[in-house]
Design a protein around this ligand. Structure first.
Ligand code: ADP
Ligand code: MG
Length: 224
């Protein structure tokens, strides 16, 4: 039996009157790569926010490593988020006044990591993602694909167990999309679990499981 990292049980979410998520039962097993597809407005981002502890559900349970979020302190939930989750968004969301090196180092600086170790870790990740030559540049001096690679480096520098990606290739051409997907599948082979929202069939084809969201419900699940 594989270990369940994230799970939702009968999750409902509403912001105003109507439910945006309805009766979502979902599991992410260790090492899985799940893609989420569905029309715009179907609740994909809301779903990611709920499972990544960024937002609270209205009904039902979210469990992390078998423990319900409702039974955990805010501090331990925040610790899970910082230590175990890496986020990648459609726009790289890098800090423009900082070099790429400093952007990638940010999570380590926040974790009060030792300066020498920060340097080692950033260089190691940069090597892995083939962005060493970009480290001293600023985000504004880089292409969209390069910025997204820097953003992935920042997301994984803390060695998370799960990557949560919301349309990470949404702004990229097909060549850059392939590069990003190669990086993500390599990370997945190394044991990092991935949940990724996409509109692109090619991107979804890299995953081991596909969940289709429609009107806030998982209407279909396809396993490879
Ligand atoms: P998707 O990512 O699939 O495009 P979202 O999860 O962003 O969909 O949105 C699902 C629905 O929830 C939409 O109708 C959207 O308008 C609504 N919604 C999302 N976030 C909020 C919010 N913070 N407040 C109110 N309504 C929201
Ligand atoms: Mg969205």
């Amino acid at each position: 039996m594989s270990e369940i990292i994230l799970e939702t049980q009968n999750v409902f979410k509403r912001y105003t009157k109507d439910y945006v998520l309805k009766e979502i039962n979902f599991q992410l097993l260790k090492g899985e790569f799940i893609s989420i597809m569905g029309p715009s407005g179907s609740g994909k981002t809301t779903f990611l926010n709920c499972i990544s502890t960024l937002d609270e559900v209205s009904k039902g349970k979210v469990l992390i490593n078998g423990k319900s979020l409702g039974q955990q302190s805010t501090a331990s939930i925040a610790q899970f988020r910082y230590e175990s989750l890496g986020f990648v968004f459609q726009n790289a969301n890098l800090l423009e006044p900082l070099t790429n090196f400093d952007n990638i180092a940010t999570p380590l600086v926040l974790a009060k990591e030792d300066t020498k170790l920060i340097k080692e870790k950033v260089y190691k990740i940069a090597q892995q993602l083939n962005i060493e030559e970009l480290l001293e540049k600023y985000p504004g001096q880089c292409s969209g694909g390069q910025q997204q690679r820097v953003a992935i480096a920042r997301a994984i520098v803390n060695n998370p167990s799960v990557i949560i990606a919301d349309e990470p290739t949404g702004n990229l051409d097909s060549e850059n999309t392939r590069t990003i997907m190669k990086i993500l599948t390599d990370l997945n082979k190394d044991g990092i679990s991935i949940i990724l929202v996409t509109h692109d069939n090619l991107v979804a084809s890299f995953s081991s499981k596909l969940c289709y969201l429609k009107d806030g419900e998982i209407s279909q699940t396809i396993e490879r």
